[in-house]
Ligand binder design. Structure first.
Ligand code: NAP
Ligand code: ZN
Length: 379
């Protein structure tokens, strides 16, 4: 009650006084969420503050949020720097509930999406090229667990919540033609595979390998197939072979079988490795042609064993990396998916099932992306 009156007084004062408007005191609203509270306890209910939408902000009710292995790496402190409570989630699809006065591209009632970033410096060569993900000033603000410019002293909170407020430049348009729950994983798993496949030349007729059939990998198979590549899945799970073919793989190779790997030697133009754990990269380097590239997108908690230099220099092969994708390319990918009717294969869960979902993810038992139905958090 007191808080409500205070916000009302602030709003009235701001409306009456233009100089005050330059230095807004942001009132907030409360959203329900699920958070990790330390590296070993299960995730559980949490309440967080979201800012009220400013002039360039879009406020969304979150409908669906995909579950990325990065969420698990972060919540479990497998990567350094987790701030608790940690609210993960960067594959967000929702419905716009309010927009700021300067927002023209979105309006209340429309579907919209948010991916892995909510801001960047917007003023460096990479940002100016639409590659905010590679912001030269290290200005990228991740959707969760990053210092929140709008709420000093706090970190950003992600999509395992009922509501989010994001600068319009980091909000994506979603076609109503597609199932919105199955669109959610495109915001990370989709763009993280689409972008390197495009950048490193996965075009018609090229032989392209995807390593790992999880969230990222299954989107990689779909995109490589859709781009007309000869698409090969490398998997440690023989039981996924049929699914891989259904998803678009022309061939499946069991990566733990040395004979099967040896048969692929020297044949690939490009291999995209999505594996979330450290492993020997040499068998994949061996599979590349002269001038072929192995692109790493999987981000394990400890380094891969060093690959053999000989495997690189004798065939002029490269190892590269790639981080999600810029906003322009993410919109291009979403539009491409709407045109080609591509979405993620999902298992819908309630937020209350998130801890079991994490356990299954660690066992590579996901078909092929968990998506949280956020109605389960609202009830
Ligand atoms: P995921 O759904 O768990 O899939 C990973 C797949 O890797 C598994 O399904 C499994 O496929 C394979 N795998 C797992 N452990 C393995 C092991 N010990 N040896 C060999 N293969 C193994 O994970 P995800 O959400 O796709 O994410 C994958 C990785 O990418 C994570 O490290 C994540 O943090 C990272 N990531 C990076 C970016 C980026 O911008 N670069 C963006 C998002 C995520 P099989 O059963 O087929 O072998
Ligand atoms: Zn992700």
């Amino acid at each position: 009650m007191v808080r409500g009156a205070l916000v009302w007084v602030i709003e009235l004062t701001r409306a009456a006084n233009p100089s005050f408007r330059k230095f807004p005191i942001m009132p907030t609203s409360i959203a329900k969420a699920y958070a990790g509270f330390d590296k070993s306890s299960p995730l559980g209910p949490y309440s967080l503050e979201r800012r009220q939408p400013g002039p360039r902000d879009v406020q969304m009710e979150i409908l669906y949020c995909g579950v990325c292995h990065s969420d698990l790496h972060t919540v479990k402190s497998e990567w350094p720097g987790t701030v608790y409570p940690c609210v993960p989630g960067h594959e967000i699809v929702g419905r716009v509930t309010a927009v700021g006065a300067e927002v023209k591209a979105f309006k209340a009632g429309e579907l919209a999406a948010v991916g892995c970033m909510v801001d960047s410096c917007q003023n460096c060569p990479s940002c100016n090229e639409g590659l905010e993900n590679y912001c030269d000033n290290n200005g990228i603000v991740f959707t969760y667990n990053a210092p929140d410019k709008h709420m000093p002293g706090k970190v950003t909170y992600g999509g395992y919540s009922t509501q989010i407020v994001v600068d319009q430049r980091f909000v994506l348009k979603v076609s109503p033609k597609l199932n919105p729950a199955a669109v959610a994983p495109l915001l990370c798993a989709g763009i993280t595979t689409y972008s390197p496949l495009r950048h490193f030349g996965a075009t018609k007729g090229k032989k392209v390998g995807i390593v790992g059939l999880g969230g990222l990998g299954h989107m990689g198979v779909k995109f490589a197939h859709s781009f007309g590549c000869q698409t090969v899945l490398f998997t440690t799970s023989p039981g996924k072979s049929e699914d891989a073919k259904r998803l678009g793989a022309d061939e499946v190779v069991i990566s733990k079988d040395a004979d099967q790997m040896a048969k692929q030697a020297g044949s690939f133009d490009l291999i995209l490795n999505t594996v979330a754990a450290p492993h020997n990269l040499d068998p994949f380097l061996n599979a590349l042609k002269r001038d072929g590239t192995l692109v790493l997108v999987g981000a394990p908690d400890s380094p891969h064993p060093s690959p053999s230099v000989m495997n690189l220099i004798f065939r002029r092969r490269s190892i590269a990396g790639s981080l999600i994708g810029g906003i322009k390319e993410t919109q291009e990918m979403l539009d491409y998916c709407a045109e080609k009717n591509i979405v993620s294969d999902i298992e819908m869960i309630k937020i209350q099932d998130i801890n079991t979902a994490y356990e299954r993810m660690v066992k590579s038992d996901v078909k092929y992306r968990f998506v949280i139905d956020m109605a389960s958090l609202k009830g």
